[in-house]
Design a protein around this ligand. Sequence first.
Ligand code: BGC
Length: 715
Amino acid sequence: MDARGVLLALVLAGWACGGSEPSSSTASGNPDERADAVLAQMTLDEKIQMVHGVGVTGHAEPRGGAGYVPGVPRLGIPDLYLADGSVGVGNGVGPATALPSSIASAASWDLTEADKYGGLIGAEMKALGLNVNLGGNVNLVGREPRCGRTFETAGEDPLLAGRIKARHLKAIQDRGVIAGIKHFALNDQETNRFTADVRIDERGMRESDLLAFEIGIKDSGVRSVMCSYNLVNGTYACENGHLLNDILKGEWTFPGFVMSDWGATHSSVKAATAGLDQEQPGPVYFGGTGDVSLASAVTSGRMSQGVLDGMVRRVLRAIFAVGADRGTTVSGIDAAGGAAVAQEAEEQGAVLLKNAGSLPLRRSLSSIAVIGSHADVGVLSGGGSAQVIPVGGPAIRTSAPCPPCWGGVIWDPSSPLKAIQAKVPGAAVRYDDGSSREAAAALAASSEVAIVFVSQWESEGMDLADLNFGDGQDALVAAVAAANARTVVVMENGGAQVLPWLRRVDAVLEAWYPGQRGGEAIANLLFGEVDPSGKLPLTFPARIDDLPHPVIPGAESSSATFSVDYADEGLLVGYKYYDARDITPLFPFGFGLSYTTFQLSNAALTAGASSGFTVKVDVANTGSVAGAEVVQVYLGLPAATNEPPRRLVGWSKVMLQPGETRSVTVTVDAADSSHPLSYWDPAANGWQVAGGEYTVYVGSSSRDVIAAGTFHVAS
Ligand code: BGC
């Protein structure tokens, strides 16, 4: 055996004795060396096989899911089983635990909760025999709040979204499953997503959508990136050398591999040399029938062997680094454990938007009306590739509207009605389906409290026509509110909404898509057994006309491509746009109430320089129940940088007993992956810290802040 053979034998031994869960340092050895040793033994055909899938959903995947890449048994390269998983294991694999939507996880502003959320997805992927997760949707769809995939994302702010998703992704990979972050980049609307050509300048994208990816990738060590369907500045994202080679692999030194979104590859040599490593679901371009097969491109010298080897090496390195080659057998999921995680995620992520006094509900109530949205049997979930088939099966499954012409509309099997009844066994808790406003109003009028459930289904492949609750639900709420002054609205939806009835109702709870223990979690929140502590991860606009694009670009377009022009708002996504343009939102980013009250005082900067700063503030629970407050830290950059008034640079979630006061410290490091003090300078092609005055704010939402102090950076 030559030296290379000895090395191969040694590295293969790392997994040959395997079968148990990976312990990355010993089991995987050095992933670079292992990848090189295996690569050296591969034939051209085996290499080509690694750079494309062989499946389309529902056909060739032996374990279900979205894609399949056969391995090379003689070299110990495992089969890759790919499945979605933004909100639980997706693509109808399973059953699996239906978690509350990812946007709810972001609304918790709690990184430890995010670990549990991602950890559950990773564990269930593993248990179902799947080793590549496609769930890390970090698109800043706050640019287009009607985007049908908002529920899969983590909101409109690059720091919050990047950090929450990073924890999901790391937790997935810690379970031996390659995680993926997507859709790179600027896939912020679903309307004509295959032909949308996003136009934006370098600074605009660096400080918004790309920043969410940069944080998500650097903070997690995620090993796969999915490039998106759309074009960016005239070039398809999956053959965009500036995005893939220059920024992702060059500047950010991303060590993993880039896979295409499903059918987003438009060329072979061009895409491969621009940085695409794996075509999905394949094998049109990289396998052979596209413009030119990669195999013939290599043998004819049109593309260097080095490019192909680089692609394969990245895939192998990801497998070995994560341990995706170990423990790939199918076992069962822990359904009870999953349910507990789902319930906690909802309890921590629901946001109380209004409470004039009806909440928390008293156990002494003798009659409650529960109205609408199938609350007798279930809670709504989001659709598309992220759709989870919940444990126990759907409570209701209806056919989906077309577009998106996709799967079905599923209510997860958790009954808010039953959970509410269980809190007040002696009370008359009656249900009305809301199909007749008169009947619903009559029930409300004869009850002490009316709880109206409203829902808005959204899905990949569609954008919402507006931000109103459809099917007459707004009128239903108004009718019930007119009949009973103690009307509580519970919303099941994926993102921002406008609430025309807001002034008329007593209380509003944003439950997002609550997941398969949503009913129990909602009941706990309504009765105050859990204090609501979620904060909005996106702005709720007052009206559609306040959006940067009141009409979604390209809805009527049937041309090969059309422009989605972000030149005007650039980096001003979400609250940054509303703040810079002085538009009052319905509810600001970071907003959320509790059953107690908090007071911030003695805010002070204890240090401040170009390297970063530390801010301290006293937080007091001034109410009568225990609760958690999210102390948010925002920074205003020197006026000359022309930045929005404030950007989120840090936060801390703190739990306080009634009457308790705690000093909270938040340190912001300028060298952090989020570039908290910097702006992108196109002339220097890099991040810069400007000279001038910086103002530090602390508060409980982006619009409810106090200045903690200023510091000066010399020019
Ligand atoms: C979606 C991706 C998904 C893929 C595989 C595509 O339609 O855009 O997010 O991962 O399908 O299901």
